[in-house]
Design a protein around this ligand. Structure first.
Ligand code: G3H
Length: 490
């Protein structure tokens, strides 16, 4: 059945015995674009078995060889950036240029994992017993880092390739095997990316990619006794996973309500440019400010602007002037604002806008929607009783709350159940650092919009935004454990 993309296990592309498939709906045309295999629980069991066997051998493979293969996969991935980017355009409506950038960024990330891995995994620790009271020097402790085993990676739809390799690269260099469960939207881009690892020549079973219905294999995968670590990026599903998963290390990145606090002395042109980039953009680190805008579908998007009343009118005017210039339309034309990922997502965003309207927010633009395409919207005079003040739209809508003191801004930021990132705009660096200290978020950016990258920076979250710090080095360390050997009486 040439219509349905096969899943990948034991070094081969296979059809599922279920005979069923999962449809991937193109967000722009709202018709079926691709189909992937609906794998069964029995197939997941087999994937886990071969993954476990492959990992044992891989852990004995010299570090330099693991790194060499990863460099090879990175190069192959970059060579195939065009067809993979095309899948991203069709599956998640990411603008064409940003889709290419996602693949290139992913190649760079894999190479960096290889380089970082050989540095940090080559190091160990040596301790002597007499540094602790009451002990003679009768023991030495030699510590090294060993892999966890089988890592389950579940990336989200908004960066299916990049947030898959941010888990695959660290897992593999650390000596783990990797089972990937891609998001439905983005699954075909992930299958193409996995083919690049296949072409690089990784041992069979070391990397697998299972597709299917969450209702059939979702819980089965996350609760599987063969899984030794779960790395998940996405929404509320992560909370459910953390309750069901076994006693294995979990890494979760689950979204945010990133606040942008604007003080009276801020450079308002800079703030407006960053609200456009941060509030409406999907990605990405390499495009210039105004070029990187579309649809707000990032956990790190600016999701609420908290601006001092005295400069609010001027800021709103500047942002509105920029919103008017955003190109709205299909991803193939590289528009800034493209359709959001699904109809249910568009309905949710619309619900937030309607709630704000009923409760008296000022609509700076007319609300407009065609299918999954929602025009960019700045909502002024938002108040805490509106849902948009607290909920994450994951769409091109940015609320503005006017504040009368810095404390009020910090209070709103900290009252959120999320704690991913935040940003503060001021020319007073001392004030900015004090505000950063007071904000309960994993990262605070000063005079620029929130962002995960560069990908080797630590990326962490507090409260409902997730568990553990990410970033290349942290991910490698998270996917390892310490092993000690203690020779007696040397
Ligand atoms: O959506 C969540 C991503 O981790 C955000 O990544 O800041 O590079 O867009 P980004």
């Amino acid at each position: 059945d040439g219509d349905v993309f096969k899943y990948y296990t034991d070094g081969e592309w296979k059809k599922s015995a279920s005979g069923k498939s999962v449809a991937i709906i193109n967000p722009t045309t709202r018709t079926t674009q691709y189909k992937v295999q609906a794998c069964t629980q029995e197939e997941v069991n087999k994937v886990m078995e071969s993954s476990k066997i492959a990992q044992k051998q891989w852990a004995k493979t010299p570090l330099w060889k693991r790194a060499e293969l990863l460099h090879k996969a990175a190069a192959i991935l970059k060579e195939h950036k065009a067809p993979i980017a095309e899948c991203l355009v069709k599956e998640i409506a990411k603008p064409a240029k940003d889709s290419v950038t996602e693949v290139v960024r992913s190649g760079d990330l894999i190479s960096y994992c290889a380089e970082e891995g050989v540095r940090i995994l080559g190091e160990g620790k040596f301790l002597v017993s007499d540094s602790f009271p009451g002990n003679e020097r009768t023991k030495y402790c030699l510590t090294s880092k060993i892999p966890l085993g089988v890592v389950l990676a579940i990336p989200p739809f908004n960066y299916p390739v990049n947030l898959a390799v941010s888990k695959i690269g660290p897992a593999l260099i650390a000596g783990n095997s990797l089972v990937l469960k891609p998001p439905t939207q983005g699954a075909v881009a992930c299958l193409h990316m996995v083919q690049c690892f296949h072409l690089a020549g990784f041992p069979k079973g070391l990397i697998s990619c299972v597709t299917g219905k969450g209702s059939e294999i979702g819980d089965f995968l996350t609760m599987h006794p063969g899984v030794n670590c779960i790395s998940f990026t996405g929404g509320d599903t992560g909370v459910a996973i953390s309750k069901k998963a076994g006693m294995v290390p979990l890494q979760m990145e689950l979204g945010g309500k990133d606040a942008c606090i604007v003080l009276e002395d801020a450079d308002l042109d800079l703030v407006a440019a960053n609200i456009i980039k941060g509030g409406f953009s999907y990605s990405c680190v390499k495009r210039k400010l105004i070029g990187s805008v579309y649809s707000g579908q990032r956990c790190t998007a600016v999701k609420v602007v908290l601006v001092m009343e005295s400069v609010a009118d001027a800021l709103v005017e500047k942002v509105n002037a920029k919103v008017a210039k955003l190109k709205v339309g299909p991803p193939e034309e590289d528009c800034d604002i493209t359709p959001v990922v699904s109809e249910s997502s568009a309905n949710f965003i619309e619900g937030l806008a309607k709630d704000a309207k009923t409760k008296g927010a000022t609509f700076c633009q007319e609300y407009k929607r065609e299918g999954n395409l929602i025009w960019p919207l700045l909502l002024d005079n938002v108040r805490p009783d509106m849902r948009i003040a607290w909920e994450e739209p994951f769409g091109p809508i940015v609320p503005v709350i006017r504040i009368n003191s810095i404390e009020e801004g910090i209070h709103h930021c900290n009252a959120s159940n999320f704690g991913l990132q935040g940003c503060v705009f001021t020319k007073d660096i001392n004030k900015a650092i004090l505000i950063s200290d007071a904000m309960e978020t994993g990262t605070v950016q000063i005079n620029s919009a929130p962002a995960r990258g560069p990908d080797h920076f630590p990326f962490q979250d507090l409260k409902d935004s997730g568990i553990r710090s990410q970033g290349i080095t942290n991910n490698i360390n998270m996917m390892m454990k310490i092993k000690s050997t203690i020779p007696l009486g040397v």
